[in-house]
Write a protein of this length. Structure first.
Length: 136
């Protein structure tokens, strides 16, 4: 699934336990736009729980990078009513997730929102629903 991400020029990943600092663990770049996928380790195995993006395409086709890039979107972006660095550990504990693995991809000149939509459409076609945290 998501083979088109293999061609992204820069990509990486990091893992996060509920007791870890997201800011300390996050190795995503602060100078580009792209996609990030969040996988959760549960008692039943590993599941994709979130697909997100950072940056946007301007009317002239240029990619506008968020200040702080993918890194800032992950660490300081809000989810569940507060910054992810606070909300993710709480959600992990609530849902019994032992670890998150975040894979990030620099989408270069591709519109991050269009890539995110394609990822969500592909996931929905396979699983007949959205990833858990994309629905909340």
């Amino acid at each position: 699934m998501f083979r088109q991400l293999d061609s992204c020029p820069r990509q990486g990943s990091f893992t996060l336990a509920a007791s870890d600092s997201l800011a300390a663990k996050c190795n995503a770049p602060a100078d580009c736009s792209g996609i990030y996928l969040v996988w959760a380790d549960t008692a039943d195995g590993t599941a994709l729980i979130y697909v997100g993006c950072s940056g946007r395409q301007e009317a002239d086709g240029r990619i506008h990078h968020r200040q702080g890039g993918i890194r800032d979107r992950l660490v300081n972006g809000k989810q569940f009513g507060q910054a992810r660095r606070k909300s993710w550990p709480l959600k992990m504990a609530e849902l019994g997730f032992t670890r998150l693995t975040v894979r990030w991809y620099d989408t270069a000149q591709a519109d991050p929102h269009a890539v995110e939509r394609a990822m969500l459409d592909e996931y929905k076609a396979t699983h007949h629903c959205q990833p858990l945290w994309n629905k909340i």
